[in-house]
Design a protein around this ligand. Structure first.
Ligand code: HXC
Ligand code: NAP
Length: 287
């Protein structure tokens, strides 16, 4: 069951009705960053569909989101690796709302593992959830709605592949594929009125992603190594998405916005520098 909660002191920067009348479809919107993206879009007048494998989780989150924002939120069961579940969900969403103006491909799977220990199926699983999943949902929403009506598609990626990172060959490869896909689709679907964007967060506090990447072992030295001197918050990512889907960003397409406080520019990424990090030490036999 979801134990997500809404932001208690949200500071409005944009007009509260900037997304009035819009509908957003958010994969993995029942938890973590996806939940907060849904919340921030809803706080600005948008209705949402949140879709993932665990129906109980999305149902529970949808109830909280609707109650907290006064907007509609439709919870649906989807496995982004299974096109038949996606087409069914997109049909249900269009049946209820008549349009999907915004798609956020946020669903992902990840764990720390050195490439030498990754099974063939482990690599394939992450590629399928992240990269295939992003294509599958984008294509279904394009075919059924955006091809004739336009829209904005935002793919949540990561900074992992920008420099190459230990224990993340699977996730970094999948996110890099999504970044390339975004450019191709921006070129092909631009004339249909579709903008395609990536948002590549850095480390975001209070998320499953951070927990899996050793978030409980964050040190002061790590925080001090980040140019803005703090970790990201889910709200930072929700606000970035809000900006991109707003009319303020009508010229943005085929590129990546990186809300990471500069972390990928300065964080340690060197085999020997990382050797005392307990999470890495445990997983890399050579250290
Ligand atoms: C090595 C692992 C593993 C691990 C699973 N596998 N966990 N290998 N280390 N910790 C292997 C399994 O052994 C199996 O291979 C294959 O991966 C598939 O595993 P399943 O459990 O059958 O897959 P599935 O049930 O589809 O689950 C997918 C999952 C799971 C990715 C493995 O963790 C999941 O559902 N995750 C969703 C939530 C999540 O990951 N959230 C974080 C997103 S954050 P074999 O060969 O044994 O069959 C994120 C951050 C990015 O993406 C960047 C941050 C900076
Ligand atoms: P999270 O809460 O675990 O979110 C992942 C979501 O994806 C879950 O709601 C999960 O729901 C859904 N999902 C997984 N596999 C799915 C599938 N096959 N079909 C449909 N839905 C599926 O993790 P998070 O940390 O918030 O991450 C959200 C996004 O941000 C991901 O794209 C991640 O790569 C990215 N990101 C996170 C960080 C970070 O610091 N957390 C940094 C960079 C990028 P179900 O289990 O119910 O399916």
């Amino acid at each position: 069951m979801s134990d997500e909660s809404l932001i208690h002191d949200y500071r409005y920067i944009f007009q509260k009705d900037v997304l009035r009348g819009k509908v957003a479809f958010i994969t993995g919107g029942g938890t973590g960053i996806g939940f907060t993206i849904a919340e921030i879009l809803m706080r600005h007048g948008c209705d949402t569909v949140i879709a993932s494998r665990r129906l109980d989780v999305v149902k529970n989150s949808a109830e909280k989101l609707s109650k907290g924002t006064g907007q509609k939120c439709l919870p649906l069961q989807v496995d982004v690796r299974k096109p038949e579940t996606i087409t069914k969900a997109v049909d249900e969403a269009l049946g209820q709302f008549k349009h999907i103006d915004i798609l956020v491909n946020n669903a992902a799977g990840n764990f720390l593992c050195p490439a030498e220990n990754l099974s063939f199926n482990a690599f394939k699983t992450v590629m399928e959830i992240d990269a295939h999943g992003t294509f599958n949902v984008s294509k279904a929403v394009f075919d059924k709605y955006m091809k004739s009506n336009g829209g904005v598609i935002i793919n949540i990626t990561a900074t992992l592949s920008f420099r190459g990172q230990h224990l993340q060959t699977h996730a970094g490869s999948a996110k890099a594929a999504i970044e390339a896909m975004t450019k191709h689709l921006a070129v092909e679907w631009g004339p249909n009125g579709v903008r395609m964007m990536c948002v590549a967060p850095g480390p975001i506090a209070d998320t499953e992603g951070m927990r899996r990447l050793g978030g409980d072992k964050i040190t002061d030295a790590f925080i001090k190594s980040i140019p803005v001197q703090r970790l990201g918050k889910r709200e930072d990512i929700g606000n970035t998405v809000l900006y991109i889907v707003s009319p303020a960003a009508e010229l943005l397409t085929g590129t990546t916005v990186i809300p990471d406080g500069g972390e990928f520019l300065t964080s340690q990424n060197n085999y020997w520098a990382l050797k005392n990090n307990p999470v890495f030490k445990q997983l890399i036999s050579k250290m």
